[in-house]
Design a protein around this ligand. Structure first.
Ligand SMILES: O=P(O)(O)OC[C@H]1O[C@H](OP(=O)(O)OP(=O)(O)O)[C@H](O)[C@@H]1O
Ligand SMILES: O=c1cc[nH]c(=O)[nH]1
Length: 185
């Protein structure tokens, strides 16, 4: 059971961050040439679509959105493989020579993003891969960093970041939860 400790971003704050990220992507890449977005399921997908819509509002250019489904592979009900694996890919464009912007809701250990980078390279050689994240909560276990960050939220290991989006959660917010690991200290 987790307890909500605080609401860190409301809908307006999330929308502002995603508009800023759209501007930063355009600025960093000096336009939209060769850009493509890839959302990591589940919550990275609606975020990638919002960023694509925001870029359209700014530049009147449609940036394609692909989907990667990466989950922690379980070999039984108790053991979780330390490396997340690719389940499914819906990338409706060639990745060769594209500047791919990976999009996810939370960056934590970096293992999901590592699997996503592997998945992209298995499809071809992109010109570049960049990373857009709504929340960077720290605790990286791999040398991975985001190029575009909605908000940095320093956390402890006994906290959890919950990104709520209407597609899955019937609300739009970012919450910090206590997962109660300290309850017996
Ligand atoms: O940096 P990492 O340690 O890999 O953690 C980050 C990942 O964890 C969450 O996914 P989750 O497996 O909870 O699935 P969800 O997107 O369906 O919430 C989140 O959406 C990221 O994809
Ligand atoms: O706090 C976390 C860590 C990984 N994934 C999440 O969605 N939240």
């Amino acid at each position: 059971m987790t307890n909500i400790k605080a609401v860190i971003m409301d809908e307006a704050a999330i929308n502002r961050a995603l508009k800023r990220i759209a501007h930063e992507i355009i600025e960093h890449n000096r336009g939209t040439e060769s850009l493509a977005l890839v959302g990591i399921k589940r919550r990275g997908v609606p975020l990638a679509k919002i960023i694509s819509n925001n870029i359209f509002e700014i530049e009147s250019v449609e940036i394609p959105v692909g989907v990667l489904d990466i989950t922690f592979y379980r070999d039984d009900l108790s053991n979780i493989d330390p490396m997340p694996r690719l389940n499914n890919t819906e990338i409706p464009f060639p990745v060769i020579d594209k500047k791919i912007i990976l999009v996810d809701d939370v960056l934590y250990t970096g293992r999901t993003v590592r699997a996503a980078i592997d998945a992209i390279f298995s499809l071809g050689r992109p010109a570049a891969i960049q990373l857009a994240i709504l929340i960077d909560r720290g605790h990286r276990e791999l040398p991975i960093r985001a190029d575009y960050v909605g908000k940095n939220i320093p956390t402890s290991q006994n906290e959890l970041i919950a990104v709520n989006l209407p597609e899955f959660d019937q609300k739009t917010s970012v919450e910090i939860h206590d997962i109660g690991l300290d309850s017996h200290d």
